[in-house]
Design a protein around this ligand. Structure first.
Ligand SMILES: NC(=O)C1=CN([C@@H]2O[C@H](COP(=O)(O)OP(=O)(O)OC[C@H]3O[C@@H](n4cnc5c(N)ncnc54)[C@H](OP(=O)(O)O)[C@@H]3O)[C@@H](O)[C@H]2O)C=CC1
Ligand SMILES: O=C1CO[C@H](CO)[C@@H](O)[C@@H]1O
Length: 382
């Protein structure tokens, strides 16, 4: 297969994960990175062994050798950077959330259609082998009518009032924080697995630390750096640490989804349970190689990630035999395999999340904010 050349904008936490996953595909070469400023870009390029470094992402977009661009910048830049990538005629893989609000995300969907470039969003959790298996079990007749859905996405990295990150700044993160940041994955995964669409919701959002202590200097995501009281200043917080959302799906089924970035001991617990008329399915991304199948008239089962036991359509998401765990980095790689396989003309497409899915999550997020403010059920305006 001909090598496809990629560029990555933003190399903080997630950018290098994109680079590593792309390299494991074997037919993608990451030839350029862009950061803010030439010096930082060069340092990142050296660290990641990437030949070209650009101190301004517009320079990367002007590079005729770059065919696909990954937007790994903070949320407030997603709209403009995605727009510029498409205007440059490059294929785009964006980080979530797609934009800051649904007016922006709707425009990105329109521009993507007009430009004709391949567009994808990193809803990476979908591409775990047992998530694909669960989806196929729901799509077939193994699970039966979906009666109810529950899910949560819990983290503890913002538990202390001294924890700080750009996600706490609404101008960078958006009006919603936890729902946009991790609720986007949760809403996406329950809809992906069930094949149902969230149409109405009622949200309760809470800011658990109305004031936080911000370091006077910048701290990298997940760095866990210790600071002294004199290094900190009080800052009011007006985005949610916690949210619970009652949802109604287009089938009439209901569910409840909770996000919390202050849940002690929970590092990255994305969990869902689908209660079907025939059986229930539950999956936890921190134990990604197990799918729980709940039954009434016979013993419950734990299905291991083992392609020989999985449905044919899910098998290609598992790359190693049963007992050989596959997890977070592998799910992202599977997504990129699908995207780049389509760009290369080797896959039919339709098997990766696009800007339409990204927009749908933002529309849900807008509805969550409206519902929380109005204290009532609201329809999702896609
Ligand atoms: N799908 C998933 O599982 C995950 C998704 N994400 C998403 O990825 C995005 C990035 O998150 P994360 O990596 O944690 O954030 P980081 O802050 O760790 O990284 C962001 C990077 O973008 C750089 N950057 C900022 N402005 C520009 C610019 N104008 N041009 C080029 N680079 C720029 C930052 O540089 P500087 O430090 O100089 O500001 C930094 O290196 C977020 O939108 C987040 O929601 C994040 C984690 C997991
Ligand atoms: O999946 C994820 C893990 O947590 C990160 C920090 O909250 C998110 O940004 C990200 O999308």
């Amino acid at each position: 297969m001909k090598t496809i050349k990629a560029g990555v904008i933003g190399t903080g936490f997630i950018g290098p994960a994109h680079v590593e996953a792309l390299r494991r595909l074997g037919f993608v070469e990451v030839i350029a990175v862009a950061e803010r400023g030439a010096e930082l870009a060069q340092a990142k390029a050296d660290e990641l062994s990437i030949p070209k470094a650009y101190g301004d992402y517009h320079e990367l977009l002007a590079d005729p050798d770059v065919q696909v661009v990954h937007n790994c910048t903070p949320n407030h830049l997603h709209f403009q950077v995605n727009k510029d990538i498409m205007a440059a005629g490059k294929h785009v893989v964006s980080e979530k959330p797609l934009a800051m609000d649904s007016a922006e995300s709707r425009e990105l969907v329109k521009l993507a259609k007009e430009s004709g470039v391949v567009n994808a969003i990193n809803f990476n959790y979908r591409y775990n082998p047992l998530v694909q298996q669960a989806r196929l079990m729901c799509a077939g007749d193994q699970v039966g009518r979906v009666l109810a859905v529950q899910g949560n996405y819990l983290q503890d990295w913002l538990l202390e009032e001294t924890d700080w990150n750009w996600r706490l700044v609404p101008e960078m993160s958006g009006k919603s924080r936890a729902v946009a940041d991790i609720g986007s994955h949760l809403c996406d995964i329950v809809q992906f697995v069930t094949g149902l669409k969230i149409v109405r919701l009622m949200a309760d959002l809470q800011t658990l630390h109305p004031t936080r202590k911000k370091p006077k200097q910048e701290v990298a995501t997940y760095s866990g750096q210790e600071l002294k009281p004199e290094d900190l200043e009080d800052v009011p917080i007006n985005t949610e640490d916690y949210g619970s959302i009652l949802v109604e799906f287009d089938s009439g089924a209901h569910g409840v989804l909770t996000v919390n970035q202050c849940a002690a001991g929970r590092k990255n617990r994305l969990f869902y349970e689908i209660d079907g008329a025939k059986c229930a399915l539950a999956w936890d991304q921190e134990r990604p190689n197990e799918l729980w199948i709940g039954r009434r008239g016979e013993p419950n089962q734990i299905m291991p990630k083992d392609a020989s036991l999985m449905l044919p359509g899910a098998q290609e998401y598992a790359h190693y035999p049963g007992g050989h765990g596959e997890a977070w980095p592998d799910a992202g790689k599977n997504l990129f395999r699908n995207v780049y396989g389509f760009i290369a003309g080797q896959r039919a497409g339709g098997d990766f999340a696009t800007f339409i899915d990204g927009h749908n999550e933002i529309a849900i997020c807008d509805a969550v904010l409206a519902s929380n403010e109005q204290k009532q059920w609201v329809d999702v305006a896609y």
